[in-house]
Design a protein around this ligand. Sequence first.
Ligand SMILES: C[S@@+](CC[C@H](N)C(=O)[O-])C[C@H]1O[C@@H](n2cnc3c(N)ncnc32)[C@H](O)[C@@H]1O
Length: 239
Amino acid sequence: MIDVNTIDKYLLMHGDCMDKLKEIPDGSIDLILCDPPYNLAKYSTGNMKFDWRSEINNDVAKWDLIELSPIDFLEEFKRVLSPTGNIFIFTSYNLIGKWHEVFDSEFDTFQFMVWHKTNPVPNIRKSSFLNSCELIVCMWNKGHTWNFTKQNEMHNFIESPICMGSERLKNPKHPTQKPLAVLKQIIKIASNENDIVLDMFMGVASTGVAARELNRRFIGIEIDDVYYDACVKRMSETK
Ligand SMILES: C[S@@+](CC[C@H](N)C(=O)[O-])C[C@H]1O[C@@H](n2cnc3c(N)ncnc32)[C@H](O)[C@@H]1O
């Protein structure tokens, strides 16, 4: 079992989160903010190739094909979460019902947020809606941390471009790197300075960077060797 009191800034763990979560003490996490695989790759038609521009990424990743069952996370999430804690999980239309089915009855409140991407991947053929919204399910019990002062800050809607420019890692390029602006908005609402934020599907540590920039402590878990190395580097370059 790790001793969270010894975590001054962050702790990165390399491996399968189902194993690593067991090392996290009961009630020690103030905010679970994670972005698990969406299991959308099976619907994908692959990257889009063009003569006149670079390929458009269509989020095809091997790890996305591993079937995700929300019920597998229920006991560990409840065990590690502090009584004042919050849970925010990025998800997709095909999984939102499963998260609700398993988690709604286990927490006082279950809600969702929408992240509207102002610059989604275009649909050149105009054959469907743009994939411009992502869903984030969220849940908590009475007495949870909640940092709102005004009603107009409380919309369950975040608007931000997808991760791009200098924020977007080039090597390795992660297909689903989330923008710091979205993560920071959630972290500010749902945790306090010095709290511990956990992301067990860390990718390239975007949650970790957002947490540190807001003076929260961070625990991250990532299974992939290349992404884990990128997390180590990126976090070492963060204050
Ligand atoms: C949707 S991505 C997260 C991207 C992240 N939010 C970011 O901004 O970089 C999901 C990540 O979970 C990792 N992953 C998949 N299964 C895992 C597991 N069982 N344990 C730990 N990490 C896992 C994948 O390698 C992938 O990097």
